[in-house]
Design a protein around this ligand. Structure first.
Ligand code: PGA
Length: 255
C-alpha cells in the first residue's frame, strides 16, 4: 500500500499564498521522485489555483462539501464544483466539522456516500475526545464513527484507492501533543479490525492515516507503526519546507 502524506490547510492561505505553497511542493516532487502519494486539502477559494500545480503523485482536495447536486444551500459547494476546480478528494467527518458545525455520523455518512457516488475520493476523519478516551470508550467511538461514516451499501463496491480513513484523536489536534506510539497503534489496530469487519478482505487495503500534531520530528515514529499508512498534517503543512520534510520521511515508509 502506498503511504499517503496529506495536508489540511484549514482556513489558512489566500489564493496566491496557497498557489505558492502548492507550487513549492509540486516543484519538489517534480525534481525528487517520491514513493508516497501527496494530497493537499485546500480552502474552497484556492481549489482552482492549487490544482494548476501538477506533479507526479500529487493531488488536491476540498475540506468539505454538501450532499446535493445543486440547489438552495447557501454557503455550500457540491462535489461537481470541486471536480470542476480540478480536485479529486474531499475530507469528511473532521472533528472541527463535528464539533463546531454539529455534523453527526448520519450526515457524515450521507456526505461520504454522495461524494463517492459523484466521482470524488474521500478521506473520512474519526477520533475520540479526551473525555471519551478516559471513560474507556475508544473502541465504541471509533466503531460508531467508522460504521456511521461508511454506512451506505454503495461503499461495498468502492475501490480501496478512493477511500481512506484518518485517525485524529481530538485531544491531539492543534495541541502540539501527538498521540504516543502505543496509543496510536492501539487505535489504528481497532480501526483495521473494524474496516475488515465492514469490508471483508478489502478492509486490509484501505489506508489509515494518523493526524494530530504531526511534525517532521515525530513523523518517523508514527509511520513506523503497524497500520499507520500515512499522515494528515495541519499546522506543519502550512510551510512548504516542513511539509516537504514530512513527505521525504513518508517516501521512506512506502511499501
Ligand atoms: P494539526 O491538525 O496537525 O495542526 O494538529 C491536524 C488536523 O486537524 O487535520
Amino acid at each position: 500500500m502506498k503511504t499517503i502524506i496529506a495536508a489540511n490547510w484549514k482556513m489558512h492561505k489566500t489564493r496566491s499564498e496557497a498557489a505558492q505553497t502548492a507550487a513549492s511542493v509540486a516543484t519538489f516532487l517534480g525534481k525528487n521522485p517520491m514513493q508516497c502519494s501527496v494530497l493537499i486539502f485546500a480552502p474552497f477559494t484556492a481549489l482552482g489555483d492549487v490544482a494548476e500545480q501538477t506533479a507526479p503523485n500529487l493531488a488536491f482536495g476540498a475540506q468539505n462539501m454538501y450532499p446535493a447536486d445543486h440547489g438552495a444551500y447557501t454557503g455550500e459547494i457540491s462535489p461537481d464544483m470541486i471536480l470542476d476546480c480540478g480536485c479529486q478528494w474531499v475530507l469528511t467527518g473532521h472533528s472541527e466539522r463535528r464539533r463546531i458545525f454539529r455534523e453527526d455520523d448520519a450526515f457524515i455518512g450521507k456526505k461520504t456516500a454522495f461524494a463517492l457516488r459523484n466521482g470524488l475520493s474521500v478521506m473520512l476523519c474519526i477520533g475520540e475526545t479526551l473525555e471519551e478516551r478516559r471513560a474507556g470508550q475508544l473502541r465504541a467511538v471509533l466503531s460508531r464513527q467508522l460504521l456511521g461514516g461508511f454506512a451506505d451499501p454503495l461503499l461495498n463496491d468502492v475501490q480501496p484507492d478512493r477511500l481512506a480513513v484518518a485517525y485524529e484523536p481530538v485531544w491531539a489536534i492543534g495541541t502540539g501533543v501527538s498521540a504516543k506510539p502505543e496509543d496510536a497503534m492501539e487505535a489504528h489496530g481497532i480501526i483495521r479490525e473494524e474496516l475488515i469487519s465492514r469490508f471483508g478482505s478489502k478492509g486490509q487495503d484501505l489506508p489509515i492515516l494518523y493526524g494530530g500534531s504531526v511534525k517532521p520530528e515525530n513523523s518517523e515514529e508514527l509511520l513506523k507503526l503497524d497500520n499507520v499508512n500515512g499522515l494528515l498534517v495541519g499546522g506543519a503543512s502550512l510551510e512548504a519546507e516542513s511539509f516537504i520534510r514530512i513527505i521525504r520521511i513518508g517516501s521512506e515508509y512506502a511499501s
